[in-house]
Design a protein around this ligand. Structure first.
Ligand code: PFF
Length: 431
């Protein structure tokens, strides 16, 4: 049997948007913007995406399409000993997926609570063992999707879910902007504070968020590239990045007016999505309906990202050991559920903690922040320095000056910026 392929360019683009657009866009980005200079933050963010995120995206797609295989076998084909680096990457993706699924499962729970018209208080929810039930349910949804294959599973899920997500989001933005707290909310979110641009922490926050949001440097796009035929990579990568930015910006316009209308303080991370917003929804008109739409939209975003994270290690197992898809998916799914269990348990009655910090928060820092950057460094160094230049040029339309600029960015710019982000995150400069 030949290698699986996307059914069309649109299918590939939607699946990649599905991977990029996730929890990171909808509740991470808006808060980071609000806390790091408002509208002014868009400058470092756009610089990060254009100069560093996009080149890495194109590099991954080019490598995957050129080798026609997933991350471990690609790395092995470049140098035999690099297969270890490939293994490190799929391990990091699996570890990230483990805790990402926990948050995905809370989103599913809240979608259901709002549909039933009975939002549960977050503390009461995590004091029960209900989170474990939802962890299993969301894991199964991701597993079933990936098990169905590239076209029938991954592509099909994004074809339905991304348009639905967009419609719900636009509706929420329209409603939010007519709420009484709209001016104050948009003000908090976007009024620019240019003085913040001299603060290195703001730049580091922008770099970190851009890499996380675009799902680059994780071997996911490399795997997606291996299912591609002859599409123009730059144009498609630009479409994916533009959609990612647009959805992130819109999410802030939907969220902050509601928070201010309910007279609440904007919070960060977990608190914003599961404490502040649910109480905002209980305060405002048609709150139950809006809450249901919001959490369904967030679930669509999280699910399609989680699916892409499961696909990278699954494809690696299929390509390296010749496992059939169904068996490979089952094995990776079982491993991911085990890896995610401590994070899941950290927000149940068991309250699993390490050094007084919830395991999930630790996982977000160790895997989702440090691990993500390490993986990005590996991909950019192996791809930029050890993959034949001629082969990459062949994928990106020749070796003219644009490609030279691009290769310079990949070889020097991306690793340098990732290293700075790594050091900054190590010392927690970026909050
Ligand atoms: N891009 C996803 C988001 O913004 O939520 C998260 C993500 C997916 C991060 C895949 C890393 C990754 F490898």
């Amino acid at each position: 049997m030949g290698r699986e392929e996307w059914s069309s360019t649109l299918g590939f683009i939607l699946a990649s948007i599905g991977s990029a657009v996730g929890i990171g866009n909808i509740w991470r980005f808006p808060y980071i913007v609000g806390a790091n200079g408002g509208g002014a933050f868009l400058i470092p963010y756009l610089v990060s995406v254009l100069l560093f995120g996009l080149p890495l995206m194109v590099l991954e797609l080019a490598i995957g399409r050129s080798t026609g295989t997933s991350v471990v076998s690609t790395f092995r084909s470049i140098r035999k000993r690099f297969s270890v680096a490939g293994l490190v990457i799929v391990t990091i993706v699996s570890l990230i997926l483990g805790y990402y699924l926990v948050i995905t499962s809370w989103v599913l729970a809240y979608a259901l609570f709002f549909i039933l018209g009975r939002p549960m208080e977050f503390g009461a929810f995590t004091d029960s063992y209900l989170p474990l039930v939802f962890f299993l349910l969301s894991g199964l949804a991701v597993f079933m999707t990936v098990r169905s294959g590239v076209r029938e599973g991954i592509e099909r899920a994004s074809r339905y879910l991304i348009p639905i997500l967009l419609v719900f989001l636009l509706f929420l933005v329209a409603v939010s902007l007519t709420e009484p707290g709209a001016v104050e909310g948009v003000g908090f979110y976007l009024s620019p504070d240019y003085s913040r641009l001299t603060d290195p922490a703001v730049w580091i926050a922008a770099f970190g968020q851009a890499f996380f949001s675009l799902s680059v440097g994780m071997g996911i796009l490399l795997t997606f590239g291996s299912y591609l035929k002859r599409e123009a990579l730059f144009r498609n990568a630009a479409i994916i990045a533009a959609a990612d930015i647009l959805i992130a910006v819109l999410a802030g316009l939907a969220i902050f007016p509601l928070v201010f209308t309910a007279g609440l303080d904007p919070a960060a991370g977990v608190n914003l999505a599961f404490i502040t917003l649910p109480s905002a929804f209980t305060e405002i008109r048609y709150g139950m309906l809006l809450g249901a739409l919001f959490f369904l939209m967030l679930f669509a975003a999280a699910l399609t990202s989680a699916v892409s994270m499961l696909e990278a290690p699954t494809a690696a197992l299929m390509d390296s050991y010749g496992y059939p898809r169904k068996r490979a998916t089952l094995l990776v799914f079982a491993a991911v559920m085990l890896l995610g269990l401590p994070s899941a348990l950290s927000y149940t009655a068991l309250k699993l903690e390490v050094f007084g910090t919830a395991f999930l928060a630790l996982a977000d820092y160790a895997f989702g922040t440090i691990g993500l950057i390490v993986a990005g460094l590996i991909v950019s160094i192996v791809g930029g320095w050890f993959m034949s230049r001629a082969r990459i040029c062949a994928e990106i339309g020749g070796c003219g000056w644009q490609q030279k600029v691009y290769m310079t960015l990949i070889r020097y710019g991306v690793p340098a910026v990732l290293l700075i982000t790594l050091i900054g995150s190590f010392f927690r400069v970026a909050g």
